[in-house]
Design a protein around this ligand. Structure first.
Ligand code: MN
Length: 497
């Protein structure tokens, strides 16, 4: 997909890709940032032997392909300057302004995260989410940086290879997934996979190679027939193409299916992209009228999106030759959201995110996606992202390192109910960052929260109703209390005679 790699990216490539999308853009600050970074990194080389600036360029180039805003691209060029050179944060700010300097500072801070095994996992995640809460663009830069580091991983000593590959799969990829950036997530995983599990990687590649070839032929033939069927039924505008399953995702699926390749139907799938939601269902109807669907394999992720916001219709049909092919149907907007997630705002701003942005998304990603719809421009979008989403939401962690998203002002009781109703009802005491804390303490982003259950507790206290912040906790407490009241009354009457 990206023909230009670490070895060959030039300033002109970078300018070219920006100009493709913004023909009239003033690129003088990009040029200045390039010269600045080149001087700052002068004499430094990458493990591969190329000048260090190649890494800065590749990072910025990647951000430009995602159509990120200018401060982000410029910060991409400068992202390793304070870390690796004598230039200070203040000097950067003087030259490039506060916004760029802050972005670079955010990346530098994140750079200090090193994977140190599962016991540090929570800490890593916490830092990531805190950085993201400050400015989500920091994460985009970190992703672009990481992609280039993975592309050049072969030149690193084995110990570093292992660490970077592991971090990518265990920390970066899940975060990309939570942000709805499916393509990026798969790219991180696929680049890291051969380094982290070389034997498994070789096994999957070898096992799947023949079958992929065979399936490609089936899909190519089927695409022609699908196009005919859609044209016959006057579906005016659509595009269809084959899409190959990503290798790490295939590997994970194989582990769930007893390593049996014959149980995997989406090795190569057909993807149909249409203008509007109603077209998706129309196309599904045509396909099912023409080919027999496989029972139990029709999934409506439009009506019920995946937790990360993913939307599409999936079905699996039997071809005329009796082969099995999976077909995915989505709108262009859904397609861009699936590939780029929240970054799609920049990517798709001319495509009109319009009214098709999914309404029924779960949790905080619903809010993330909604912001895209409402924003008038990038600046406003970013402000909204920071204020609406992150400034009134906090991220706290369970002892296992799971990230729990709560409204600001939430207490340990809200947290307990969020984990499990029974845990909420039997909340005994709370530990925040390993120190005992009152149950009405207001939690902060990054807190590690542990609830100790009190088995002898019969249920929630009435005054908890004045402490909790989330509707979920409030309803569950009220529910419990009114049930208890009914029981008491029943009890009363049953004893009366
Ligand atoms: Mn870097």
């Amino acid at each position: 997909m990206h023909a230009i790699d670490d070895m060959t990216t030039t300033l002109n490539d970078l300018k070219h890709i920006i100009q493709q999308k913004h023909p009239t853009a003033d690129l003088s600050l990009v040029e200045l940032a390039y010269e600045f970074a080149e001087k700052a990194h002068a004499g430094q080389t990458r493990f591969s032997g190329v000048p260090y600036i190649q890494h800065s360029l590749a990072t910025a180039y990647r951000l430009a392909t995602m159509d990120m805003d200018f401060p982000t691209i410029i910060a991409g060029l400068l992202h390793d300057v304070p870390e690796d050179t004598a230039i200070t944060q203040q000097e950067l700010e003087k030259e490039f302004g506060e916004e760029v300097a802050e972005l670079v500072a955010g990346v530098t801070k994140l750079g200090k995260i090193k994977y140190r095994g599962i016991e540090r996992y929570a800490e890593n995640l916490r830092k990531m989410f805190v950085a993201m809460a400050q400015d989500v663009r920091v994460i985009f830069i970190k992703f672009a940086d990481r992609i280039n580091n993975l592309h050049t991983l072969e030149f690193l000593p084995p110990v570093k290879q292992q660490r970077i590959a592991q971090e990518s799969i265990e920390i970066y990829a899940p975060i990309a997934n939570r942000l709805g950036m499916g393509e990026l997530r798969s790219e991180l995983e696929d680049l890291a996979f051969p380094f982290l599990y070389p034997d498994e990687y070789t096994w999957v590649k070898q096992a799947a190679a023949g079958k992929i070839e065979a399936q490609k032929k089936i899909v190519d033939k089927m695409i022609v027939e699908v196009n005919d069927a859609l044209a016959e039924n006057t579906v005016a505008s659509f595009s269809s193409h084959g899409r190959m399953k990503h290798v790490f995702s295939l590997y994970k699926k194989l582990l769930r299916k007893d390593r049996d390749l014959s149980k995997i139907y989406d090795l190569v799938a057909i993807r149909i992209i249409v203008p509007e939601v109603k077209d998706c269902y129309h196309v599904l109807g045509i396909l099912h009228g023409r080919w027999r669907p496989m029972p139990g394999r029709i999934k409506d992720y439009i009506a019920q999106p995946k937790p990360n916001g993913y939307q599409s219709l999936h079905t699996t049909v039997f071809t005329d030759d009796g082969h099995i092919v999976e077909i995915q149907i989505r709108t262009q907007v859904m397609h861009e959201l699936a590939e780029y997630g929240i970054a799609a705002h920049w990517y798709a701003k001319e495509g009109g995110m319009g009214t098709q942005v999914p309404r029924e998304q779960l949790g905080w990603l619903e809010q993330l996606m909604k912001l895209q719809k409402d924003a008038i421009n990038d600046q406003e979008y970013l402000e909204n992202l920071k204020i609406t989403l992150f400034h009134d939401r906090i991220f706290v962690l369970t002892p296992k390192g799971d990230v729990i998203n709560l409204p600001e002002g939430a207490t340990p009781i809200d947290f307990a109910y969020h984990i499990h109703t029974e845990l909420g009802h039997h909340t005994g005491s709370a530990y925040i960052n390993e120190k005992i804390a009152a149950l009405d303490t207001k939690l902060k982003s990054g807190d590690l929260v542990e609830i100790k259950e009190d088995k002898s507790r019969k249920g929630p206290n009435e005054d908890w109703l004045t402490i909790v912040q989330t509707r979920m906790a409030k309803e569950k407490i009220q529910d419990f209390l009114s049930r208890q009241r009914r029981m008491r009354i029943l009890d009363l009457f049953s004893r009366k005679p």
